[in-house]
Design a protein around this ligand. Structure first.
Ligand code: SAM
Length: 301
C-alpha cells in the first residue's frame, strides 16, 4: 500500500493504458482508483484516533489571557491589518475608545484632533465619558472618523450604539469597527460592563446597513481554523507563520471588521434645515446619496 500511495500518482494513467495488456490495465486501473479514493479520504480527514493533539490535549487554555504577555495577540494582528489597510480614513477629528493608540499609530499627521471615549469615569486618557447607546452629551456631526475596535460586543443594545455612531459622524465620516467572531470571553470586560455578543460578517453587514447607506458598508472577516485554535489557546501571532495567519477561511471568523461611511445627503440636508419626509424626497435622497458617495470615494481613495 505504501508503494502505491507514494508512486501511483507519479504514473500517468494514459501512458499506462498504452503499455499494459488489457488484464493488467484493468488491475492497475482498479488499484489506481482505490489509491486515489484513499488519498482523498486521508486528505479530508485522518482516520479516527490518528490525530496527534500534542500540547493541545488539555481542557484549559495554554494562556487564559489571550497571550498578551508573550507577543502580538492574534486578534490584534488582524485588527492592525484592517486599520493599516484603511489608514487613509483616519484623519481630521478622530474618536477612539479607551485610548488613542490606533489614532496615533495609523492616523499620524492626518489627525487634527483626537478624542477618547470611555464608558465609565476614572480613565485619565478619556476626554469623553459616555454610553454609546444614549450619548446625548456628544454633539451630532462631530467626528470625521470613529475607531471602534473591540467595543460592540460589550454593548447590549448594539443597534442604539450604531445609531449614535451615525449621528455623531460628520457627513461622509467613517466608522472603522471590529468585533470578535470566535473568541473566549474577556474576564476584565465581562466584570466591568458585560460581554454580550459575537458577530458574523453577515450580521455585522446587516446591522450597519440598517443605519448607514447600503452601498457604504463593507465588511471583511479574518481568520482560519488554525488561527482560531491558536487564538483560543492564547498563543501569539509570532507562533504562527505569516501565511498561516493570512489564510482566510470564511467559516472561521476571528475578527469581523466593518467600514461604514455616513450618509452625505440626509446629513447635509439636515444641516441646511431641510429634513426629508416625503417618499419622493427619500427616493431622490437615495439617488443623490449614491452619487455623492461615489464622488466622495473618488476624492478620498
Ligand atoms: C476592550 S475595550 C476596547 C477599546 C480598545 N480601544 C481596543 O481596541 O481594545 C472595551 C471598551 O468598551 C467600552 N464600552 C463598554 N460598554 C460601552 C457603552 N455602552 N458605551 C460606550 N463604550 C462602552 C469600554 O469603555 C471599554 O473601553
Amino acid at each position: 500500500m505504501h508503494f502505491c500511495v507514494t508512486y501511483m500518482p507519479l504514473l500517468n494513467k494514459t501512458s499506462l493504458r498504452k503499455v499494459l495488456p488489457d488484464e493488467a490495465w484493468s488491475i492497475a486501473r482498479d488499484t489506481f482508483n482505490r489509491v486515489r479514493k484513499f488519498q482523498r479520504k486521508f486528505e479530508r480527514r485522518p482516520c479516527v484516533g490518528w490525530v496527534r493533539f500534542g500540547s493541545l490535549r488539555r481542557v484549559d487554555p495554554i494562556d487564559p489571557n489571550f497571550g498578551f504577555r508573550y507577543g502580538t495577540v492574534i486578534d490584534r494582528y488582524y485588527i492592525q491589518a484592517f486599520l493599516s489597510q484603511q489608514a487613509s480614513d483616519i484623519r481630521g477629528h478622530v474618536l477612539e475608545v479607551e485610548n488613542n493608540a490606533y489614532t496615533r499609530r495609523f492616523g499620524g499627521a492626518r489627525v487634527s484632533r483626537s478624542d477618547v471615549l470611555h464608558y465609565t469615569e476614572g480613565n485619565p486618557k478619556a476626554t469623553i465619558v459616555a454610553d454609546l447607546t444614549d450619548a446625548r452629551e456628544i454633539l451630532s456631526d462631530t467626528f470625521d472618523c470613529i475607531i471602534l475596535t473591540q467595543t460592540l460586543q460589550f454593548i447590549y443594545d448594539m443597534r442604539a450604539a450604531i445609531n449614535t455612531l451615525h449621528r455623531i459622524l460628520r457627513p461622509g465620516g467613517v466608522v472603522l469597527a471590529t468585533c470578535h467572531g470566535i473568541s473566549q470571553i474577556s474576564g476584565y470586560d465581562m466584570d466591568n460592563w458585560g460581554e454580550y455578543w459575537r458577530l458574523t460578517g453577515l450580521s455585522g453587514r446587516k446591522l450597519f446597513m440598517e443605519v448607514f447607506p447600503t452601498n457604504c458598508v463593507t465588511v471583511q472577516a479574518y481568520g482560519n481554523v488554525l488561527a482560531v485554535t491558536a487564538f483560543l489557546h492564547g498563543l501569539t501571532a509570532q507562533e504562527l507563520r505569516r501565511e498561516e495567519l493570512d489564510y482566510q477561511d470564511p467559516r472561521y471568523e476571528v475578527i469581523v471588521a466593518i467600514r461604514a461611511v455616513s450618509r452625505l445627503w440626509t446629513k447635509t440636508t439636515h444641516c441646511l434645515g431641510f429634513p426629508l419626509h416625503a417618499t419622493k424626497s427619500a427616493m431622490l435622497a437615495a439617488a443623490v446619496n449614491a452619487h455623492l458617495h461615489s464622488e466622495y470615494m473618488e476624492v478620498t481613495l
